[in-house]
Design a protein around this ligand. Structure first.
Ligand SMILES: [Zn+2]
Length: 104
């Protein structure tokens, strides 16, 4: 089993510490039963030095779009586990132009 520590320490360490340790960020949607693994350094570009709780609050499942069923952990897989894990990599960040109107 991968080592889990994100939840035990209450607020817990942030993505910077997870990156230093060589952890992966494991995000599981219990509704869809999908698990995705991310690199802490890539999530940090989007969320800063966020903890597991803060990541959970900001993410949505890409399939069901729900937040309520997400479980976020920092995990340190063994070398054998790491080989089998498929990483979800950051390709780009698109800035979307949003138009806001007001009636006067
Ligand atoms: Zn889902």
């Amino acid at each position: 089993m991968p080592e889990r520590y994100g939840k035990r320490l209450g607020r817990g360490p942030g993505l910077a510490r997870a990156h230093e340790r060589g952890d992966l960020v494991k995000v599981r949607c219990m509704h869809c039963n999908i698990t995705r693994h991310y690199l802490p350094a890539e999530l940090r570009q989007l969320a800063g030095d966020a903890t597991c709780d803060e990541i959970r609050a900001r993410m949505r499942c890409e399939r069901c779009r729900l937040k309520e069923y997400l479980d976020v952990d920092f995990v340190l897989p063994t070398a054998a586990e790491r080989v089998r894990i498929r990483l979800r990599r950051l390709v780009e960040v698109r800035m979307v132009r949003k138009i806001v109107w007001r009636d006067e």
